[in-house]
Design a protein around this ligand. Structure first.
Ligand SMILES: [Cu+2]
Length: 327
């Protein structure tokens, strides 16, 4: 399985060096230490940095581990219940789109290496708005400008081999039905005492619907509706914190308790009638005062792009034929 080394080198040479908002979770981190190389333990997607949009993946098996991520393409790493597992972005990228982060797990019937993820999944971590921030402010999202998403392997999770799916949903275009899904799957073997019964269980696809308030969400207003997390409730095994830690690695040791990435509270808030997300009349005109211009780091061009082509901040810069960005 050492062919991954040559592949990584090849991709290294071809990859863009510019900072852009798109991202891929490529590096497994366990208890703060990188394990293997990019995609050693994470199945590599075939769409590179391109996001997968709602219409493409909502009802597709690609919603599991992203396009082109095949069983048998990665190795399996062994962790223990209680370990802190992270997914770091390729090329030291940061998450620079607003939106929530998640981790889901699915137990393979046998070896995860041949498992397609068509069994039951449960959510083990979710991360939404931090410190009571508003959904229309990018920096309010706990994942904003972080280079990884982390979670703690539940203490009582049944031992066995799992697909572990990390996901970030970018919502800056979700008001026009184009949420951007960034997800990858790691292969982990979990050792531990077990005893827990994970749930609620969902299928992927199936756990989201295009019309879910957290998928078809409109952030382009001065008073956005409370953000409701899509998907099932987080499995709480009674022993493990359900809150993800998204803090920078250097700060984790001392500040872990202070990183109050509250995700659950918004779900209990009475969901004010979502502002009809299907009406894209003048998406960016309300509140932000940016008219039809893309915001900093927003997309401003590319094939099939039908959004704004001018930048409210920065200069529209071509990354590739499919993506231009305000930087
Ligand atoms: Cu992007």
């Amino acid at each position: 399985m050492k062919t991954t080394t040559a592949l990584s080198s090849l991709l290294l040479a071809a990859a863009p060096l510019v900072t852009e908002a798109h991202y891929i979770f490529s590096q497994l981190i366990v208890n703060g230490t990188p394990q293997g190389k990019d995609f050693t333990y994470i199945r590599q997607n075939s769409n590179s940095y391109q996001p997968s949009f709602t219409s493409e993946v909502m009802n597709s098996p690609d919603l599991r581990c992203n396009k082109g991520a095949k069983a048998g393409s990665a190795q399996t790493y062994t962790v223990k219940a209680g370990d802190k597992v992270g997914f770091k972005l390729w090329f030291n990228e940061n998450i620079e789109h607003p939106g929530p982060g998640f981790v889901y797990m699915s137990k393979a019937p046998g070896s995860v290496n041949s498992y397609e993820g068509d069994g039951d999944w449960f959510k083990v971590m979710e991360s939404g708005l931090c410190n009571g921030g508003k959904a229309n402010t990018d920096a309010s999202w706990c994942t904003w400008q972080k280079d990884r998403i982390e979670f703690t392997v539940p203490q009582t999770i049944p031992a066995g081999e799992y697909l572990v799916r990390v996901e970030h949903i970018a919502i800056h275009e979700s008001h026009v039905g184009k949420a951007q899904f960034y997800m990858e799957c790691a292969q982990l073997k979990v050792e531990g005492p077990g005893g827990g019964v994970p749930g609620p269980l969902v299928k992927i696809p199936g756990m989201y619907k295009a019309a879910d308030p957290g998928i078809a969400y409109n952030k382009w207003t001065s008073n956005p509706a409370p953000y409701i997390m899509p998907g099932p409730a987080v499995w709480t095994d009674g022993a493990t914190s359900t809150k993800g830690s998204i803090s920078a690695p250097a700060a984790e040791e001392e500040e872990a308790p202070a990183e109050a990435c509250s995700a659950a509270p918004v779900a209990s808030a009475a969901p004010a009638a979502p502002a009809a997300p299907a009406a894209p009349a003048a998406p960016a005109a309300a509140g932000g005062g940016v008219g039809a211009k893309a915001t900093m780091y927003g997309q401003c061009g590319g094939m099939n792009w039908d959004g704004p082509t001018a930048c409210a901040q920065g200069t529209c810069t071509k990354s590739n034929d499919w993506y231009s960005q305000c930087v």
